[in-house]
Design a binder for this molecule. Structure first.
Ligand SMILES: Cc1cc2nc3c(=O)[nH]c(=O)nc-3n(C[C@H](O)[C@H](O)[C@H](O)COP(=O)(O)OP(=O)(O)OC[C@H]3O[C@@H](n4cnc5c(N)ncnc54)[C@H](O)[C@@H]3O)c2cc1C
Length: 404
């Protein structure tokens, strides 16, 4: 039986603890917050989207460049395993019309309560208010406790599951980046992911439409396309459809200072059908009335057209083209502190296939602190559960190889 330290009590750290404790190891989880799973709890506020029901060939590409690395993790702990885990904690789940998987109660709290009871039964020790500070000169883990005293630990193996840098007041503040860089570990800068974008709205539009939704639209940028809805906010635009193409937009803005995406306000209608409907409206109607009557566009959608050009075309063919590709100029990303997740983190090249840090035997990593990103839809939690399990298995394999 080995002594394992896990730092970070989010889903990645907790599932790693469960896996190791079930195999008979002594596990201690450290977290700097007063209670565990704070971001996991927040994720349940708008409906906890645990995973997605689509088949793996559709699921894996959601991780973009990281899909080949995460394929192994999802093989070890699949979307089906995540649903079975939820059931095993006494929580039913359902598949929504979008294919997303939710616990029936939609919230995190009953699930987390049952999970913590299971971990307690497995004799997992949880040490809240323990801020990880790095290592001392002898290589022991250093923590600052609630009384601001330093405590040190020398476990047989360690799993880092410190999360990204969004919503830092919930504990994941990304301060671990400098600790790892200081040890020569390659970390890609943390950037906002699944975040809103800044749009230079006119004062009139901003004054009238904050909080309004654009339903059933598609947004596209550089070959990426997503469908869903977007919400107008005081700083710009946010929502699932924007998150779906957000990584490309973010990277383009980083390089060029701005990006123009295109919104199709009537994606279910072909260009010809849109044009036919526009033509069917009498010529003396105003453009606003024509758009409302022919295409049932909402006031916010019609104003968005006006917002993006001084001169809305009157010609039906041009107007149809415009409705189906409204250009929207974005000039920045929302602050990482308010993003749903973060991109960047420990580079895959710094990890071996067991998620152990190369040149740092016995040190493993899991969850959002690794350099992958994905849109919303349950892909974030799935990758955290899968890499948490993979890192725990990695620890067991590594221990077994040392003490056959
Ligand atoms: C508003 C919101 C809604 C979301 N909804 C969903 C959803 O429906 N579906 C989905 O798939 N994903 C969702 N997510 C994302 C998901 O919650 C995260 O991807 C996931 O929680 C990351 O898990 P993790 O274990 O890697 O890290 P975290 O959950 O961030 O946990 C990391 C832990 O490490 C601790 N820690 C950090 N630094 C230190 C330190 N120095 N010392 C000690 N402890 C430290 C933190 O306190 C924290 O408890 C949502 C996120 C947000 C913000």
């Amino acid at each position: 039986m080995a002594e394992i330290s896990i730092i970070g009590a989010g889903p990645a750290g907790l599932i790693a603890a469960q896996t190791l404790a079930q195999a008979g190891h002594r596990v201690t989880i450290f977290d700097q917050m007063a209670s565990v799973g704070r971001k996991f709890l927040l994720a349940g506020r708008g409906g906890l989207n645990l995973t997605h029901s689509e088949p793996l060939p559709d699921f894996l590409p959601r991780y973009g460049a990281s899909q080949s690395f995460l394929a192994k993790a999802l093989d070890i702990f699949s979307p089906d395993d995540l649903r079975a885990w939820c059931t095993s904690l006494g929580q039913d789940w359902f598949i929504g019309s979008s294919g997303r998987v939710f616990p029936t109660v939609m919230k995190t709290s009953p699930l987390l309560r049952a999970w913590l009871a299971r971990l307690a039964a497995l004799h997992v020790t949880i040490r809240p208010r323990m801020r990880w500070m790095g290592w001392n000169e002898q290589g022991a883990l250093l923590f600052q406790n609630a009384a601001y005293e330093l405590e040190q630990f020398n476990p047989d193996a360690t799993i880092l599951a410190l999360g990204g840098a969004s919503w830092p007041r919930l504990g994941s503040d990304g301060t671990w980046v400098d600790l790892l860089l200081g040890r020569g570990i390659d970390v890609a800068p943390l950037k906002p992911a699944n975040c809103g974008f800044i749009v230079p709205w006119s004062p009139i539009f901003r004054g009238k439409f904050i909080g309004h939704a654009l339903h059933h639209i598609t947004a596209s940028f550089a070959g990426q396309i997503a469908e869903g809805e977007a919400i107008i906010s005081d700083y710009g635009i946010e929502g699932g459809v924007i998150y779906g193409i957000g990584s490309g937009l973010r990277d383009h803005i980083e390089q060029h200072g701005e990006a123009t995406m295109h919104i199709d306000l009537r994606p279910e209608m072909s260009h010809n059908e849109t044009m036919r409907r526009l033509r069917a409206i009498r010529a003396r109607e105003s453009t606003g009335n024509t758009l409302r009557k022919a295409l049932s566009l909402s006031p916010v959608a019609i104003s968005l057209l006006r917002e993006s050009t001084m001169d809305i075309p009157r010609d039906s063919e041009k107007l149809a083209g415009f409705v189906k590709a409204v250009p929207l100029r974005l000039i920045g990303t929302q602050n990482i502190g308010r993003a749903i997740s973060s991109a960047g983190g420990i580079k895959w090249s710094a990890l071996d296939e067991q998620l152990m840090l190369r040149r740092h035997p016995g040190l493993f990593a899991a969850g959002e602190m690794i350099d992958w990103e994905a849109p919303t839809g349950g892909y974030l939690l799935q990758a955290c559960f899968s890499t948490g399990t993979q890192a725990a298995r990695g620890v067991m394999n590594w221990l077994a190889a040392r003490h056959p």
